[in-house]
Design a protein around this ligand. Structure first.
Ligand code: NAD
Length: 353
C-alpha cells in the first residue's frame, strides 16, 4: 500500500499560504509559497535544487515568492506573487511521478498559484505537470504557449537602460555611451544586439570565452574578464549573469554612473542599494528592469489573444513605473531600490471605497 501524499501548512508571517508537500512514493519534498494574491493569482516559477536542509528551501521559496509579488506589480500585471521549490538534484530525482505528485499539490490551491519554468526545470517538465494541473505556463506548445522569454526580457532591460540614461545623463540617446555587459547568455546576447544597434559601445564579459569572442567579432566589443568587468570604466553596467554581484566590496570599485541589467537579485543585501546611492551611482531595480520575462509568461497564464499588443502595453507600464521610481528617488534623495519597494507597496494596498 502506498503512503498518501502529505500537504501541511508552514507558518510564514507576511505570506498568505505556504505549503509543505511530501510524497514518499516518488521521493518528493517541496514547498509552494503564495505571498500575495491582492492583484490576482500568484505566479512564479518552480525551482528544483539540492537544498541542504528544509530550512534552506523554505528561505528560498519565501524570498523568491515575495520578489514575484513586486515584479508582477511593477509590470502592472493582474498577478500576485508565488513560487515553488522541490528539494533534490533534478538530474537524479526528477521523474514524471514526482512532477505529477507536485502538480496534485498545486491543484489543491485551486488556481491561487500558477507555476512556470525556473532553475532545474524545462518546458518538457511543464508539459508533464500539465498532464495533472491546468495551472502551469511555459509549455513547449499549445495555443497560448509563450516560448523563450529572453527577447522580451532584453527589450525591457534595453528600455530601462534608456530611461536610466535619461535620468542620469539628461538624454536617453545611447549613441557613444559605453555599456559594460556581464553575461552573454539568452538575455545578454539580445541586449548587446539592441545596444549596438542604438550606437552604444560595448565592454563584455562571460565565463564562456566563445561567447565573448563572438561579441567582440560582431559588435567590435572590448573583452573584459568576468570579475574585472565590475571595475571597467563605462557609463552603465548591465549585469546579466548572476546575482549578488553588487556588494560592499564590488560597489567600492565600480567606475560607472548607473547600473541597469537583467540578473535577478543583483544586490547582495538591502544596504547595497543605499551604498550605490551614496556613491552617486543610479541603480535601476532589477525586479523592474527584468520584468519582461514574466510579462511574456503572463500572456500564457492569462490566455492573451493579441500577445504583441499586450507585451507592448505592459512594457510601457513598466517604463512608467521605472520613471516614477527614479523621479521620486531624485526628489527625495533616496535609493531607487527603497523607493521601488515603497511604490509597489502602494499598489498592493487595496484602494478605499
Ligand atoms: P543564461 O544562462 O542564458 O546566461 C547567463 C550567462 O552568464 C551565460 O553565458 C554564462 O556563461 C554567464 N555567466 C555565468 N556566470 C558568470 C560570471 N560569474 N561572470 C560572467 N558571466 C557569467 O541566463 P539568461 O536567461 O540570459 O539569464 C541571465 C540572468 O537574467 C539570470 O540572472 C536570470 O535569472 C535573469 N533573468 C532572465 C530572464 C529570462 O528571460 N531569461 C528573465 C528575468 C531574469
Amino acid at each position: 500500500m502506498t503512503t498518501p501524499m502529505s500537504i501541511t501548512q508552514v507558518f510564514a508571517p507576511g505570506h498568505e499560504t505556504v505549503l509543505r508537500v511530501e510524497d514518499r512514493a516518488s521521493g518528493l519534498i517541496g514547498f509552494i509559497a503564495v505571498h500575495s494574491t491582492t492583484l490576482g493569482p500568484a505566479a512564479g516559477g518552480l525551482r528544483m535544487r539540492p537544498y541542504e536542509t528544509e530550512a534552506d528551501a523554505i528561505e528560498d521559496v519565501l524570498r523568491l515568492s515575495r520578489g514575484m509579488t513586486y515584479k508582477n506589480a511593477a509590470a502592472g500585471l493582474p498577478l500576485g506573487g508565488g513560487k515553488a521549490v522541490i528539494m533534490g538534484d533534478p538530474k537524479l530525482l526528477k521523474t514524471p511521478a514526482l512532477l505529477h505528485a507536485f502538480a496534485r499539490a498545486i491543484n489543491t490551491l485551486e488556481g491561487r498559484y500558477w507555476t512556470a519554468e525556473d532553475m532545474g526545470m524545462t518546458p518538457t517538465d511543464m508539459a508533464t505537470l500539465a498532464e495533472v494541473t491546468q495551472y502551469v505556463a511555459g509549455l513547449p506548445n499549445g495555443e497560448f504557449a509563450s516560448g523563450d522569454p529572453s527577447p522580451i526580457t532584453a527589450r525591457g532591460i534595453f528600455q530601462s537602460i534608456q530611461t536610466t540614461a535619461r535620468h542620469r545623463f539628461g538624454d536617453a540617446d545611447l549613441t557613444g555611451k559605453t555599456v559594460a555587459v556581464q553575461g552573454l547568455g539568452h538575455v545578454g546576447a539580445h541586449l548587446c544586439d539592441m545596444l549596438h544597434n542604438a550606437g552604444a559601445k560595448l565592454i563584455v564579459a562571460d565565463i564562456d570565452e566563445a561567447r565573448v569572442a563572438k561579441a567582440v567579432a560582431t559588435y567590435n566589443a572590448i573583452a573584459a574578464d568576468p570579475v574585472g568587468i565590475l571595475g571597467a570604466e563605462a557609463d552603465i553596467l548591465a549585469p546579466c549573469a548572476i546575482g549578488a554581484i553588487l556588494n560592499e566590496a564590488t560597489i567600492a570599485t565600480l567606475k560607472v554612473a548607473a547600473v541597469c541589467g537583467g540578473a535577478n537579485n543583483q544586490l547582495a543585501t538591502e544596504e547595497d542599494g543605499a551604498r550605490l546611492h551614496t556613491r552617486g551611482i543610479l541603480y535601476a531595480p532589477d525586479f523592474v528592469a527584468n520584468a519582461g520575462g514574466i510579462i511574456n509568461v503572463a500572456t500564457e497564464i492569462l490566455s492573451i489573444q493579441d500577445r504583441a499588443a499586450f507585451v507592448d502595453e505592459k512594457l510601457a507600464t513598466l517604463d512608467e513605473t521605472l520613471t516614477q521610481i527614479l523621479t521620486r528617488a531624485k526628489q527625495r534623495d533616496r535609493s531607487p531600490n527603497d523607493v521601488a519597494t515603497e511604490i509597489v507597496d502602494e499598489k498592493l494596498v487595496p484602494k478605499a471605497a
